[in-house]
Design a protein around this ligand. Structure first.
Ligand SMILES: C[S@@+](CC[C@H](N)C(=O)[O-])C[C@H]1O[C@@H](n2cnc3c(N)ncnc32)[C@H](O)[C@@H]1O
Length: 281
């Protein structure tokens, strides 16, 4: 695992994002349940930031569309929607979803770092949720966004926030302590019971920590956001985020989402109103 684009593709192809959020056998119900989860679960702020209903008759590109959950909302609300993703498995599921619900959309398997298969100035709006921080050459994706976006067009991109409780307290402090505790194998089930973390995830962390020994900050972040086998994840503070998108004009940044599910029983004790407020800090 080196965090190369091939590793990124292999990982997401084997783990299509959101695809395990429902185990319904009926495929329509399966997709509906995933949408409900998106709008009511931890990601319930997505409709607020994505503003699905604002793009009727707009040409929209979604970069890293995954299994088409947000794409479905854009298309349902009248946007001319194109979704691209690196992972063929996600594109296959997204196509199935659009066909099943009889909604319009185009899908392309593509690496957004390389020349996207679109002419310059094509799209009115670009949307990308939780994608570009998983790609080795994030800057190249931003350049491609600039190229295919019409002058005066808009974009909405979600990237991981470094200036957060999850980063400084959970990932860089608590998880570093915890990884020492799970060194003895028998502690895996003990820690899993106490913290509520899935045992397979803890086992994965233990294997990687033992195999790699000392890890760089980048490697540590990568294995502590989307599970132990995620090959690459980056985080950005406000200055870094503005620097990344400096090619664009009129930038605005918001902070959303404090994931209480990562805080075991403490997370369960935090009222939704408080976790919502924490997520906005
Ligand atoms: C965390 S998932 C998010 C998927 C979707 N946006 C969602 O919120 O469910 C990250 C997605 O980004 C895609 N991805 C990562 N790097 C990419 C790249 N360079 N070009 C296109 N897609 C990429 C992955 O294949 C994966 O489907």
């Amino acid at each position: 695992m080196s965090g190369s684009i091939n590793d990124v593709k292999t990982f997401w192809d084997a783990n299509p994002c959101q695809s395990t959020l429902s185990d319904q056998q009926d495929r329509k119900k399966y997709f509906e349940e995933i949408t409900i989860h998106r709008c009511n679960g931890f990601d319930r702020y997505v409709p607020i930031i994505a503003k699905f209903e604002n793009f009727k008759d707009y040409d929209i590109l979604e970069i890293g569309c995954g299994i088409g959950t947000d794409g479905q909302e854009f298309s349902k609300n009248g946007a001319r929607y194109v979704g691209i993703d690196l992972a063929p498995s996600s594109i296959k599921i997204a196509k199935e979803r659009f066909e099943l619900f009889n909604i319009k959309g185009k899908f392309v398997i593509a690496n957004a770092e390389k020349s996207l298969p679109f002419p310059d100035n094509l799209f009115d709006h670009i949307y990308s949720f939780g994608v570009i921080h998983h790609s080795p050459n994030t800057e190249a994706i931003v350049e491609e966004m600039y190229r295919v976006l019409k002058p005066g067009g808009t974009f909405c991109v979600m990237i991981y926030n470094k200036s957060s409780i999850n980063y400084y307290i959970e990932i860089m402090f608590l998880r570093k302590l915890l990884c020492r505790v799970i060194y003895p194998k028998f502690m895996l089930s003990v820690v899993s019971k106490i913290t509520g973390f899935a045992e397979w995830k803890l086992r994965g962390h233990r294997e990687i920590i033992i195999k790699k020994g000392n890890m760089s900050k980048e490697e540590w972040i990568s294995i502590n956001t989307d599970g132990p086998y995620c090959p690459l994840a980056k985080v950005y503070d406000k200055k870094e985020a503005f620097e990344l998108f400096k090619i664009f004009e009129d930038l605005r940044m918001d902070v959303w989402g404090f994931d209480t599910s990562r805080w075991s029983f403490i997370g369960k004790l935090i009222p939704k109103s408080i976790s919502h407020r924490l997520g906005r800090i």
